[in-house]
Design a binder for this molecule. Structure first.
Ligand code: PNS
Length: 171
């Protein structure tokens, strides 16, 4: 049924180095709530990530290639400026545990101060992902542990490829 309602767009910002199944879980939940969810990968030249921004974009696009309503993009500068540019009025962030809360609250309130019309929605992933982080995935992988089921298969393959190329993974 056609409707005049404007498209409801949410931005899900982050570093995604690499994308984990916890991120995928949040993206799926966001895609069910909003017409479109834009996975926005921060271009941050100060950090030294394992995967380049181009690699992270390519992996996320491949994972969500057949998922309508999910878009992958990059952004620089203030998140609220990017959200405004994309006509998004919601910022989605995942909340795994109480330990995430302080930082997420700070960010949400700072973003609200910068733009009162953009609302932050904190979403809880499935319990099985509440301990999961990109940093731990990289650490466990670099030390030879199994990350099966914690990241999309394609990401696991790319990690293995990177380990082969560099001979070792520094995290
Ligand atoms: O995955 P991360 O590293 O927790 O994501 C952090 C991110 C990218 C959401 C945050 O660093 C961010 O929004 N950076 C953009 C700069 C900005 O807008 N800062 C002011 C808002 S607190």
């Amino acid at each position: 049924m056609a409707t005049d309602r404007p498209e409801r767009i949410a931005v899900y910002p982050g570093t995604f180095d690499p994308l984990t199944n916890g991120h995928v879980d949040i993206i799926e939940r966001g895609a069910a709530l909003f017409d479109r969810i834009v996975v926005a990968i921060l271009v941050n030249p100060e950090k030294s990530p394992l995967f380049s921004v181009a690699e992270r974009v390519e992996m996320a696009r491949a994972v969500f290639a057949s998922r309508p309503g999910v878009e992958v993009d990059t952004f620089e500068g203030l998140l609220v400026d990017y959200a405004r540019k994309r006509r998004a009025d919601v910022i989605v962030r995942g909340l795994r545990a109480i330990s995430d809360f302080e930082f997420e609250m700070q960010m949400a309130l700072m973003n609200r101060r910068l733009s009162s019309t953009i609302e932050t929605v904190l979403m809880m992933p499935a319990e099985s992902y509440t301990y999961l982080s990109s940093r731990l995935v990289k650490e466990v992988f670099a030390l030879g542990g199994s990350i099966r089921g914690l990241v999309p298969e394609l990401v696991e393959a790319r990690l293995a490829e990177k380990a082969r190329i560099t001979d070792s993974l520094v995290v």
